[in-house]
Design a protein around this ligand. Structure first.
Ligand code: ATP
Ligand code: MG
Length: 441
């Protein structure tokens, strides 16, 4: 008999399974907690959007729109029209669309966060995947420097909650569009003088988006880029003041940073403050979080003009950093494992387990393989399973105990081997004795 060929996941798109998934859940719990402490509220937007959202929002001449987006023509509707759709490559454009579409800013600014998968057709490598996950925070409708500072402090609070130590903050200001225009002229003139040193990407972007050249990852162009005119020298008084105010608030909060005049971020929509959190522990893919102010995006996407600032962090990179830093995340284990020597006991077992779970006890029920004649398995093999589950107690539903309206509770960890009897009915009355000392309830 020929074997059916197996089907594998798409390259660069990963399954997240136990035990790794426990680390993801733990991280998400920390994030929800920190977001709550800054009064950020959750938002969820679709994974697919119209392609125009990204071409308009991110800019035509960006890595994402030029080469990385998964987009396709949808089927024609009955009028012969077909939507051009894209899997979201990032979360800000979709969130801004949703905020504008639902007029969420009608009664003032909003602070929002999201978590979820993003899609980019990049070369898969360590820290760079085709389906990856971002956690993002956006503060919309706030134009003052305090919102920029709060955004950065939110990320810092997250690193603290996660126990991440190896990070540094880089800051820059991209000024306003008119200031960028003056800088752009100077930049084009500079790069035109050094045409022969430009790589293909840079040559193509020289006139369409020269600022992007500063973002190059090509080592051969580093020296050239280092000598380029700096945008910071082109900022007017208001932009300078905004930048200084952000830094003053960070200084007062005990946060350290470094100014990186070459930090331009990969997307077109930023103005004024931009920042990245970078680690040296992950090799080339060292940026764990990036963001900045984007005061013109809401209007560009079709909403009423509103200032905004935000960041996005790469979950895979942060988790890898946690691993590098040796952070141990506890594996979730059940409180108790139900040992059921005879299937005839199952009708008595089920309601008891339901009552325990309703009282906050995590119970794993032994289940049979379903093979004929195998039954529920021997008591010995079931106790072995109970031990392997990590549970602190085995609940033994033996025929003898049940005949007396009781079950045996056997300790598997502290005081292993100790046994006691409990009444089968009214499980809620003794449920608390099974709960882990550090459980929430
Ligand atoms: P890079 O310069 O590494 O390509 P980027 O500027 O394209 O990053 P952003 O669009 O700012 O990244 O996304 C925010 C964060 O999401 C990044 O700092 C990074 O941690 C993460 N990220 C971006 N692309 C990927 C990817 N393909 N795989 C895993 N994480 C990613
Ligand atoms: Mg990128």
């Amino acid at each position: 008999m020929s074997k059916t060929p197996s089907i594998q996941a798409i390259k660069g798109m990963n399954d997240i399974l136990p035990p790794t998934s426990a680390r993801w859940q733990w991280l998400e719990d920390q994030v929800r907690c920190v977001m709550g402490s800054f009064a950020y509220r959750n938002a969820r937007t679709p994974i697919m959007e119209q392609v125009q959202l990204y071409t308009r929002g991110l800019g035509e001449v960006t890595d994402i729109v030029e080469k990385e987006m998964y987009s396709f023509q949808d089927r024609q509707d009955k009028h012969g029209d077909a939507d051009h759709l894209a899997l979201r490559p990032e979360g800000t454009a979709g969130l801004v669309r949703a905020v504008a579409e639902h007029n969420l800013l009608y009664d003032g600014g909003k602070r929002l966060f999201y978590m979820g998968p993003m899609f980019r057709r990049e070369r898969p490598q360590r820290g760079r995947y085709r389906q990856f996950h971002q956690i993002g925070a956006e503060a919309l409708g706030f134009g003052g420097p305090e919102a920029d500072a709060e955004m950065i402090l939110l990320a810092v609070a997250l690193w603290r909650a996660l126990g991440i130590k190896n990070w540094r903050l880089e800051l820059n200001s991209l000024g306003q569009p008119d200031e960028r225009r003056a800088h752009r002229e100077a930049l084009i003139a500079y790069f035109e003088q050094h045409q022969e040193q430009l790589d293909e990407d840079a040559r193509r972007r020289l006139h369409s988006n020269p600022l992007r050249i500063l973002d190059t990852k090509n080592p051969a162009m580093q020296a050239l880029v280092d000598g380029a005119p700096k945008l910071l020298d082109y900022l007017g008084a208001a932009s300078q003041q905004h930048f200084a105010a952000v830094q003053a608030m960070l200084r007062a909060s005990g946060v350290e940073w470094r100014i990186n005049p070459r930090l331009v971020r990969g997307l077109d929509y930023y103005n004024l403050t931009v920042f990245e959190f970078i680690t040296d522990s992950l090799g080339a893919q060292g940026t764990i979080c990036g963001g900045g102010r984007y005061d013109y995006l809401v209007e560009q996407i079709g909403g009423k003009p509103a200032p905004a600032v935000g960041w996005a962090m790469g979950v895979e990179r942060v988790l890898e950093l946690l691993q590098e830093e040796g952070m141990a995340v506890p594996e979730p284990v059940p409180d108790a494992y139900a040992v059921i020597p005879d299937a005839a006991a199952l009708p008595a077992v089920m309601p008891c387990l339901q009552a325990l779970r309703a009282a906050g006890v995590a119970v794993q029920m032994h289940a049979s393989s379903g093979q004929a004649d195998a039954g529920m398995g021997s008591m010995k093999s079931q106790l072995k399973r109970a031990d392997a589950s990590g549970a602190r107690f085995a609940l033994i539903f033996g025929a003898q105990e049940l005949a007396e309206g009781q079950i045996t509770v056997k300790a598997l960890r502290d005081g292993a081997g100790q046994q006691s009897r409990q009444p089968l009915a009214d499980a809620a009355a003794w449920a608390a004795t099974l709960k882990s000392p550090d459980s929430a309830q």
